[in-house]
Design a protein around this ligand. Structure first.
Ligand code: ZN
Length: 431
């Protein structure tokens, strides 16, 4: 299939399906849940009493999912092995009063979510996704996966200096997508969404809607050794973590730890929400699982003290056109395997002990790995790792895969790395 030896496309093909099925965080958790249910995991409600019997379970809350597998021999103080990730990506989200327009164009008012690389959203065919909440409190996914909206760039003739002075975009004035012609009609978008979703417009009581690029992910390159696609930050990790948890659960009673997948929403704006990593969701789930197995606070403290979290998110591959922006001695490259992310100022939670855990997992998996650290004069990004470590007192290691064009509407990674990441996560979860 490929001239590039050693690229196993099965996992990456599956990732592409996952990306396409997951235009919003709500879809991402539904995609993960569907895979977990097929593997025998059972959804449980936070409002119901829990039992501590063996088996796979998961909790869904908005755009977050926590899934775990209790092995037969688990005790109340059995520690966890957690893969952490996030389900959200920067994008353009629909404002409360969405119907707008000017000069004969119909437009949708949007709010910029997270650190969007704004120019990458120009002249792209955009769909609409998210969820609606009906009067009865039920949620329904919204999926319009066809060209519907577009943020048109100004023609070069009307912006002569754009290529020499750089493109300047104002989030409020320049990012409003068009979605047709005609006058502004109040309620137009919601009527459209109701039709698309098969519900009565007057039943819609709330909505969380956003736009996405409808161009499907694709292999790219001389030997198709790269993958271009949307939302790889950080659905690559959600997908790999889900696959790793399902594979680990297949080992059943042999597991020395309780493997967990924790995929949070709202990482792109700081994780402070009830579904974000800075909320109590993960801690509450882990505690309730200890108590459901008959444990007391002592068991909870012992379990947490022995727990390790691999926080998986994307990092920067070295850019061939901007090598000066990268640390010269640390050049992660695509298909070189997962990256260990280090920042001594705790923008990443990794320390030497964490390095040892990650290196051991990669060794067991037969997976190469690389080190990432920022150039001292460049600000370092951060992710859910330090938040998880600080909030729950859990030893945490920040890892991920190296990509280009982070936060673009269409990012780029090696075709092999998602599978190498999943293998390393699986070995980690199995202990
Ligand atoms: Zn990320």
């Amino acid at each position: 299939m490929s001239a590039q030896p050693g690229i196993d496309r099965g996992h990456t093909d599956d990732l592409m399906s996952f990306l396409r099925a997951s235009p919003s965080p709500y879809h991402a958790v539904a995609s993960a849940a569907e895979r977990l249910e097929k593997a025998g995991f059972r959804r449980i409600e936070e409002t119901a009493p829990w039992d501590g019997t063996a088996g796979g379970r998961f909790v869904l809350r908005g755009g977050a999912i926590i899934a775990w597998y209790v092995p037969e021999r688990a005790e109340p103080a059995t520690p966890y092995r957690i893969v952490g990730a996030h389900t959200d990506s920067p994008n353009l989200r629909v404002k409360p009063i969405p119907d707008t327009g000017a000069h004969g164009w119909r437009q949708i008012a949007v709010e910029v979510y997270g650190g969007v690389l704004l120019n990458t959203w120009l002249d792209r065919d955009l769909g609409l996704s998210g969820r609606i909440t009906l009067r009865d409190g039920s949620h329904h996914l919204v999926t319009v996966d066809r060209p519907l909206l577009r943020v048109p760039q100004l023609a070069v003739h009307l912006d002569r200096s754009v290529n020499t002075e750089g493109l300047k975009l104002d989030k409020q004035r320049h990012m409003t997508p068009i979605w047709g012609l005609g006058g502004v009609e109040e309620g137009d978008l919601l009527r459209f969404v109701a039709e698309e979703t098969g519900v009565a417009a007057e039943e819609i009581a709330g909505w969380d809607l956003m736009t996405h690029s409808v161009e499907p992910p694709a292999y790219l390159g001389r030997d198709r050794e790269l993958v271009a696609g949307p939302r790889m930050d950080n659905l690559v990790s959600v997908h790999a973590g889900t696959a790793a948890l399902i594979a680990a659960a297949a080992a059943r009673q042999e597991l020395p730890y309780i493997p967990v997948l924790a995929a949070f929403d709202h990482e792109e704006n700081g994780s402070q929400s009830d579904t974000g990593a800075d909320g109590p969701l993960l801690g509450t789930v882990l505690e309730r699982s200890v108590f459901a197995r008959g444990g007391a606070y002592e068991d909870r403290a012992r379990a947490f003290a022995g727990t390790v979290c691999l926080s998986s998110d994307t990092g920067h591959a070295v850019h061939p056109n901007y090598p000066e922006r990268h640390e010269p001695g640390h050049h992660p490259r695509p298909n070189g395997g997962p990256i260990l992310k280090v920042n001594v100022n705790q923008r990443y939670a990794t320390d030497g002990a964490g390095r040892a855990v990650f290196a051991a997992a990669c060794e067991r998996a037969g997976v190469p790995w690389q080190s990432f650290v920022s150039h001292n004069s460049m600000p370092c990004g951060t992710t859910i790792g330090p938040i998880t470590a600080a909030r729950h007192g859990i030893a945490t290691v920040d890892i991920g895969i190296a990509i280009l064009s982070m936060h673009s509407a269409r990012e780029l990674c090696g075709a092999q790395d998602p599978r190498l990441l999943a293998k390393a996560l699986h070995a980690f979860l199995e202990g």
